[in-house]
Design a protein around this ligand. Structure first.
Ligand code: NAD
Ligand code: DAU
Length: 365
């Protein structure tokens, strides 16, 4: 049994799918997962419904800042590992309302660490010596903690100094430091991954790639911030999930692993790639190219110019490298959004929120 915080979100949800598919491919038993998720606007149970229905996944609707709920879940399910994805994740939202980011990403990670520490080594720990030795706490973090690169700067490595620029990245940096401190001070068996921009299925359409696909199909403007020349390193989400599985299996305790796609692309090139893919797969009724919908808009305040990851350590020490190129990954992604209208409709209409009312009527998150 493993416990996944934020497992109803974009990466956590993809991770649940990847976990079972990978284990089946490797001939391993379908080790069950517990998804511990507050189901904020970004958490969508539909993403993992098939695994809930099959009984492989259990959804605990709760908040990582709720100490009692965390303790109860750990005592009840006795996971051999906790994989911590839960976070407020959208940079623009953090600019408009940083409080929730500090609360979930920092206070929430602190609360989780405290309860995990008690579960792992406290006086009432239910774990025997072998289970304690095997236990892992894996913290999922971001390359944004390293700040912004100039055109000629070397890519971020694990020893790059932290320089977060947004309330989101500052709150993630704080959580990374807490994880580091819990390993250094208490010996908690931690692993941390800092990954670049993910994209793929089940991505909430506030982020660049799903927003552009869905706005294009809806005939809406495609809002490109500033000059569109900011650079992100794009990684297909399943490649990130595989990296997490391998770090969980082979990572050295207390270490940090940077995960990246070696796919540095300017935002405007991401958007035009999506437009051309849609021109080929779903041409506009009027025959005009989707690029005609591109609109340059006011820049994001404090917008980081460039991110790039040096993945040497994870490639050398863990043996992971991405399976998808940006071309193959974006093709899969655009096709997924064209084909999975049921999931998209629940997100657009907000109908997936009904799931909470139906299944958890009267219970507080
Ligand atoms: P997401 O916003 O899609 O999902 C976050 C999930 O966490 C949701 O299911 C939400 O309901 C849940 N959640 C939020 N607050 C919670 C709380 N207080 N208690 C319990 N659950 C809560 O995020 P994502 O894009 O899937 O990112 C997952 C993790 O990966 C985050 O920690 C993020 O910082 C990190 N990350 C994301 C990217 C990316 O490109 N998306 C890249 C690198 C790292
Ligand atoms: O680098 C990893 C990070 O990637 C994660 O830690 C974050 O959780 C994740 O949200 C993502 O952050 P970004 O800010 O890079 O992603 P976003 O999709 O919001 O924006 C990608 C780029 O596109 C960024 O330079 C801003 C730009 N952008 C974004 C939106 C939503 C636009 O030009 N227009 C838009 O409408």
């Amino acid at each position: 049994m493993i416990l996944i915080t934020g497992g109803a979100g974009f990466i956590g949800g993809n991770f649940v799918h990847h976990w079972f598919e990978r284990r089946a491919k490797l001939g391993l038993p379908a080790e069950p997962v517990v998804v511990f998720d507050k189901l904020t606007y970004a958490g969508n149970p539909a993403t993992i419904q098939s695994h809930i229905d099959s009984g492989q996944a259990t959804l605990v609707h709760a908040d990582i800042t709720d100490r009692d709920a965390v303790r109860q879940a750990l005592q009840q399910y006795r996971p051999r590992a906790v994989l911590h994805f839960a976070a407020e994740s959208h940079v623009d939202r953090s600019i408009h309302g940083p409080g929730e980011f500090i609360h979930t990403n920092m206070v929430g990670t602190f609360t989780l660490l405290e309860e995990v520490r008690a579960y792992w080594a406290g006086a009432e720990s239910p774990l025997d010596a072998a289970a304690k030795a095997a236990f892992r706490f894996l913290h999922v973090s971001t390359d944004e903690v390293y700040g912004s690169l100039g055109d000629d700067d070397a890519a971020f490595s694990e020893t790059t100094a932290y320089a977060p620029n947004s309330p989101y990245s500052a709150s993630k940096a704080g959580s990374d430091h807490l994880v580091r401190a819990y390993h250094h001070t208490y010996g908690l068996p931690t692993l941390t991954t800092n990954c670049s921009n993910n994209y793929g299925p089940y991505h909430f359409p506030e982020k660049l790639i799903p927003l552009m696909i869905l706005n294009a199909l809806d005939g809406k403007p495609l809002p490109v911030y500033g000059d569109g020349l900011n650079i992100r390193d794009w990684l297909f989400v399943r490649d990130h999930c595989e990296a997490i599985c391998q770090v969980l299996e082979k990572g050295t305790l207390g270490e940090v692993y940077n995960v990246g796609g070696i796919n540095e692309i300017k935002n405007i090139d991401v958007v035009t790639t999506i437009c051309r893919k849609l021109d080929a797969l779903r041409p506009r009724a009027d025959g005009q190219p989707y690029e005609s919908q591109i609109t340059y808009v006011t820049d994001r305040p404090g917008h980081d110019r460039r991110y790039a990851i040096d993945p040497t350590k994870i490639q050398r020490d863990i043996g992971w490298s991405p399976a998808e190129t940006f071309e193959s990954g974006i093709d899969k992604t655009v096709r997924w959004y064209l084909e999975n209208t049921a999931w998209i409709d629940t997100v657009r209409s907000g109908a997936y929120r009904d799931w909470i009312n139906t299944n958890y009527a009267g219970r507080a998150a």
